[in-house]
Design a protein around this ligand. Structure first.
Ligand code: DN4
Ligand code: BGC
Ligand code: ZN
Ligand code: ZN
Length: 364
């Protein structure tokens, strides 16, 4: 047993506290890691508020250590590929026995028998140190991105969702006559960290990008959107006119059924909607025969996308490295740094928050 200070919840009931706990290290762990920074996302807040029923404590524990977004330093290594001082990002999802898990794609697990650090049945990374198997970490070696590496985990989800988009878009001719996506419209519902990351990747692929929410955004977010060349629309004010020319790719980060349906009915022929946000407490919404007809007659595809594989973490690190040069404002996505004992940030977003992170004692 290792005694650590950790941010813990009791899943799926919720709650959050910074506590001194004892945790059994995994068998065959060959690294000891200390977090430098850990990020807080909508999933953490969903667990803490008790609105994500799929979350559960590891077997034999009455608590779950939170944290699945992190960048860590190696403090001990029994593996020749890592030395003390290396910077790594541990992966969230751990494989079960199904065929997708066995080929390195636990993100596409086909029987649900997998675990996710800080979410489902496995302790997460928000603790002063933890033992880890090196097969479950991605090296950040020789990269100069510093604390931006904490965005690797949320960005890897976006990279995978665009892989899903690529596959679906092949069902018809989706690109423009000149073979690019220039002039196609991608609308992202939500204005949180994942929405910003979706916007940035969509932009880099050539889409016109609109982020949208049901209320205006802060001046800070407006500036950030401008520096990323992303448009924003407050759809409560401006829905009919703004979306009259249609959407080609819809990404939802809200998990709100009524809003998803409203925007799905703005999708063009062969349009694609990727559902990504989850909110077990969202208000229900009805779907009519006319709605179904709209989707069917236009060959619209609705796809869910969750998590990502190791390959997407590597691609996420490439994006972050590239953006740290091409869009230096990317660092401003981190809007607040908090101490681990400041657990209020799990129940209340930071002011003007895009991404709030926890700074552990080991950060430079
Ligand atoms: P977040 O920052 O809470 O983002 C959610 C965004 O949706 C916020 O900007 C919300 O605005 C906005 N929103 C909520 N309701 C509506 C609505 N009715 N219309 C328009 N916008 C709305 O969380 P995040 O960016 O960290 O994560 C986004 C979602 O993805 C969460 O539900 C996560 O659980 C989920 N997620 C899924 C995966 C995966 O599938 C990975 C990571 C996160 P406001 O309420 O803040 O104003 O792998
Ligand atoms: C994580 C994913 C995970 C998902 C579960 C997200 O916040 O980034 O790796 O699969 O939550 O819903
Ligand atoms: Zn997350
Ligand atoms: Zn599996």
């Amino acid at each position: 047993m290792t005694d650590v200070w950790a941010v813990v919840t009791n899943a799926p009931r919720g709650g959050v506290r910074y506590d001194h706990v004892s945790v059994e290290p995994p068998d065959d762990a060959d690294l000891i890691l200390k977090p430098l920074y850990t990020g807080i996302c909508g999933t953490d807040r969903g667990i803490v508020s008790g609105s994500l029923p799929f979350s559960y404590n590891p077997r034999g524990y009455n608590f779950l250590v939170l944290g699945h977004e992190s960048v860590c330093t190696v403090v001990e290594s029994k593996n020749e590929r890592f030395v003390k001082g290396d910077i790594v990002v541990p992966v969230v999802r751990r494989p079960g026995g199904c065929v997708n898990c066995r080929i390195g794609r636990p993100d596409n697990c086909s029987d649900g028998d997998k675990h996710e650090a800080g979410i489902t049945g496995l302790h997460g990374f928000m603790r002063t140190e933890f033992a880890e198997k090196s097969e479950f970490v991605v090296p950040v070696k020789n990269r100069t991105i510093g604390r931006l590496a904490v965005l690797t985990e949320p960005l890897k989800n976006v990279v995978k969702a665009f892989e899903v988009f690529e596959i679906i878009s092949k069902r018809s001719v989706y690109h423009k006559q000149d073979s690019t996506l220039t002039g196609k419209t991608c609308c992202v519902i939500g204005t949180g960290a994942e929405a910003f990351l979706y916007g940035l990747v969509a932009k880099s692929l050539g889409f016109n990008v609109i982020l949208t929410n049901r209320h205006p955004v802060t001046d800070y977010k407006t500036k950030m959107l401008e520096s990323f060349d992303l448009e924003f629309i407050n759809y409560s004010e401006d829905f009919d006119r703004s979306f009259s020319s249609g959407i080609d790719l819809l990404i939802d980060t809200s998990g709100d059924p009524g809003t998803i349906l409203k925007f799905t009915k703005r999708l063009n022929y062969n349009g694609i909607a990727i559902l990504f946000g989850t909110n077990g407490r969202a208000k229900p919404s009805t779907i009519t025969g006319i709605d179904i007809d709209y989707i069917v007659e236009r060959n619209i595809t609705l796809a869910g996308s969750v998590d990502a594989a190791k390959v997407h973490y590597y691609r996420a690190l490439d994006y972050l490295e590239e953006w740290s040069f091409t869009i230096p404002e990317i660092g401003n996505m981190i809007t607040g740094e908090y101490d681990p004992n400041n657990v209020k940030i799990f129940t209340q977003k930071g002011p003007g928050e895009i991404k709030s992170i926890i700074r552990w004692g080991n950060a430079p």
